[in-house]
Design a binder for this molecule. Structure first.
Ligand SMILES: *Cc1c(COP(=O)(O)O)cnc(C)c1O
Length: 259
C-alpha cells in the first residue's frame, strides 16, 4: 500500500482509496454490484474477491481510504455506526468488563446496557473527563475503554491521550468514537488502539447514506476478530453506500473547517 504519511490531509482525502479503473480508465470508481466473483480454474480467487459479504471492491476502497486518513493499519466498514460498535463489543467475551463514557451516544449506551448485558458483558459508565474516576472504574476483567469526544449531544470533552495512557498501562483496549471530530482529532496518534466513526454523519455529509467504520492502529488478533464478525455476521454496507461515503471523504477536510 502507498505510504500516505507525508501527504497533506486534503490531498489524502481526495486520493486515498481511489485508483484509476484499469478496465476503462474511469477516474471515479465503478460500483460493483456483483455479489459473486469468478473462481480461477485452479479453484482459487486470485483477484481477491469471492463473495460480496466477505469483501467487495467498493468496501475495500473505502477501508483503504479511511484507514490512512486516521493513521491506521487497517479498517473495517459496516452498514451503520451501531453495527460497527456491535462488532467491537461482540469481539469481547462473556465476563469481560467495559468502561464507557457517561455521555456516550445514546445508541451505544443502549447497546451496552440492553443487548450486551444479557450476554454477560458488564459496563460501568463514568465521566471520563475525571481521570481518577476512569482509573477507579478499572477491574481485573476490564477489557475495553470506550471514549467519545466531543460527545453527542452534549459536546463533552475527554482527554484522549490521558485516557489512552490509562488503558495502555492497564493492558486494556482503548476505542475513541471520533464521529464529531474527523480530521481535526486523530485518536490513534493520541495513543488509542481504535478509532470509530459513524460515517452517517460528517463522512457522508449529505444525509443520504448510513455507515460506520472502525480503524485499527495495529492489525492484531482483536481486529482480526472484528473482521471475522464483519464478514460472518454480515452487517456490511452496500457497494453504493461505500461509494457514497468515500466520495464524501473527498470534501471532508473542507467541510469540517466550515463546520
Ligand atoms: C450517530 C452516532 C452513532 C451511531 O451511528 P449510526 O450510524 O446512527 O448507527 C455513534 N456515535 C456517535 C457519536 C454518533 O453521533
Amino acid at each position: 500500500m502507498k505510504d500516505w504519511r507525508k501527504v497533506h490531509v486534503e490531498t489524502l482525502a481526495v486520493h486515498a482509496g481511489h485508483e484509476i479503473d484499469p478496465a476503462t480508465g474511469a477516474v471515479a470508481a465503478p460500483i460493483h454490484l456483483s455479489t459473486t466473483f469468478q473462481r480461477d480454474v485452479e479453484g482459487t480467487y486470485s483477484r481477491g474477491f469471492m463473495y460480496s459479504r466477505n469483501d467487495n471492491p467498493n468496501r475495500k476502497a473505502l477501508e483503504d481510504g479511511v484507514s490512512p486518513l486516521e493513521g491506521g493499519a487497517a479498517a473495517a466498514a459496516f452498514g451503520s455506526g451501531m453495527a460497527t460498535a456491535m462488532a467491537l463489543f461482540a469481539a469481547l467475551a462473556p465476563g469481560d468488563h467495559i468502561v464507557a463514557h457517561v455521555d456516550a451516544y445514546y445508541g451505544t449506551s443502549r447497546l451496552l446496557s440492553d443487548v450486551f448485558l444479557r450476554w454477560k458483558l458488564e459496563t460501568d459508565f463514568v465521566d471520563m473527563s475525571d481521570l481518577a474516576a476512569v482509573e477507579k472504574a478499572l477491574r481485573p476483567n476490564t477489557r475495553l475503554l470506550w471514549m467519545e469526544t466531543p460527545s453527542n449531544p452534549l459536546l463533552k470533552i475527554v482527554d484522549v491521550a490521558a485516557v489512552a495512557q490509562i488503558a495502555r498501562k492497564a493492558g486494556v483496549i482503548s476505542v475513541c468514537d471520533n464521529t464529531w471530530a474527523p480530521i481535526i482529532q486523530r485518536p490513534l496518534e493520541l495513543g488509542t488502539d481504535f478509532t470509530f466513526h459513524s460515517t452517517t454523519k460528517y463522512f457522508g455529509g449529505h444525509c443520504d447514506v448510513m455507515g460506520g467504520i472502525v480503524i485499527a492502529k495495529r492489525n492484531d488478533d482483536f481486529f482480526e476478530r472484528v473482521r471475522t464478525i464483519q464478514y460472518t455476521g454480515g452487517a456490511v454496507p452496500s457497494p453504493f453506500d461505500c461509494w457514497l461515503v468515500l466520495r464524501g471523504m473527498k470534501t471532508l477536510p473542507l467541510r469540517v473547517r466550515a463546520h
